[in-house]
Design a protein around this ligand. Structure first.
Ligand code: UT7
Length: 325
């Protein structure tokens, strides 16, 4: 059985944190942030607004868009590194919030999470195990970022994006690739909060509880992997880079996106970028971008879409698909 996207939705918190706001918090400038990253503002969730709230709002929209009820879902996958709790899974809370009765689990592949999730959903559909799978990318990185560390706090934001992957006569997902290199987790990680460095009275309030990143190392990895992962997914799909109608890359840094465009020989009109509004929302970035590309009329039936993400792990994943909706 083939699989195709039949519904989509997004939700971002109301509060905007601009570069001008950050200039008042750390030693940075709008000029530095825009020229090094392309980011102008990001959304920040309220203290009483956990990830599940954003995920449920995006999931509801996706159900409505697909014309489905929560009871039609065969599986819910929530991709996140900032779930409500260490456990239970945020997917359990989303399932209850939507009124669904299907199995639900979280998937953690950092910024590549949502593409990993969509590929996983495709397997459940291909084997006939599920007919409709809700895949949500949700992140509240503002809750684990140190707002005294200018190297990271200017980059990240909060949000949720969702898609429903359904069994289909026509092929939607045509090719994909996934990768992992766990040799150096410290390149991008949150040291404390797991079983390695548990949260104790000694770790509370220390920098170990925040995101740490070796920015330039991740940058070099990203510029290399974006193009090669996309090419691998295109080969599986029987396509070439010239067949891509719209490229939706992970929204981390405009310079990384430009390097991928160069490698894939893609002109700006074939590339979707919205990071100036949201910053890097990790696993939520691509599904939010997908929704906005559809809203802006950038995707038509029959178009071939390329999506690629990279992040902590290190992890990466890409999908080549034909738009059937
Ligand atoms: O989803 C995956 C997550 N991560 C990423 O995608 C991040 C990948 N990496 C990047 O996007 C870039 O490496 C950054 C945007 C994080 C940094 O840009 P860069 O061009 O690699 O800068 P850098 O780290 O080499 O730092 C250059 C300078 C340093 O000052 P010195 O040592 O040259 O005096 C930094 O201290 O810029 C300084 N700097 C800043 N200055 C103003 C770092 N952050 C800031 C800041 N404002 N916010």
């Amino acid at each position: 059985m083939h699989s195709a996207i039949t519904g989509w939705g997004k939700f971002v918190p109301e509060r905007i944190l601009s570069n001008a706001d950050l200039e008042r918090m750390v030693e940075t400038s709008d000029e530095w942030i825009v020229s090094r990253t392309g980011i102008r503002e990001r959304r920040i969730s309220a203290p009483d607004q956990p990830s599940s709230h954003l995920a449920i709002a995006a999931g509801r929209q996706a159900l409505e868009c697909a014309g489905l009820q929560a009871s039609d879902l065969g599986l819910i996958i929530v991709c996140t590194v900032t779930g409500d709790y260490t456990f239970p899974a945020t997917a359990n809370l989303v399932q209850d919030g939507l009124g669904a009765h299907c199995p639900a689990f979280d998937l953690q592949a950092a910024c590549a999470g949502w593409i990993y999730g969509l590929i996983t959903a495709h397997q459940f559909i291909a084997t006939g195990t599920a007919r409709h799978v809700l895949v949500i990318g949700v992140e509240e990185l503002s809750k684990i970022v140190d707002y005294t560390d200018r190297a990271t706090c200017v980059l990240f934001g909060d949000g949720a994006g969702a898609a429903i992957l359904s069994a289909s006569e026509e092929p939607g997902i045509l090719g994909f690739t996934m990768g992992s290199d766990g040799a150096r987790p410290e390149q991008l990680y949150r040291p404390a909060g797991g079983s390695c460095i548990p949260i104790t009275k000694d770790t509370v309030g220390t920098s170990a509880t925040y995101v740490h990143m070796m920015g330039s190392e991740v940058f070099k990895f990203a510029t290399r992997i974006m193009g090669s992962a996309m090419e691998e997914a295109l080969v599986m799909a029987g396509l070439t880079r010239h067949d891509i109608d719209l490229f939706i890359p992970h929204q981390a840094n405009l310079r990384i996106i430009e390097a991928a465009m160069k490698r894939l020989e893609l002109p700006p009109e074939k590339v979707f970028v919205n990071l100036e509004k949201y910053g890097n929302t990790s696993s939520a970035a691509i599904p939010i971008a997908l929704c906005e590309a559809i809203e802006q009329g950038r995707i038509q039936t029959g178009n071939r879409i390329g999506m690629v993400a990279f992040g902590g792990g290190l992890s990466w994943a890409a999908i080549a698909m034909r738009w059937t909706a």
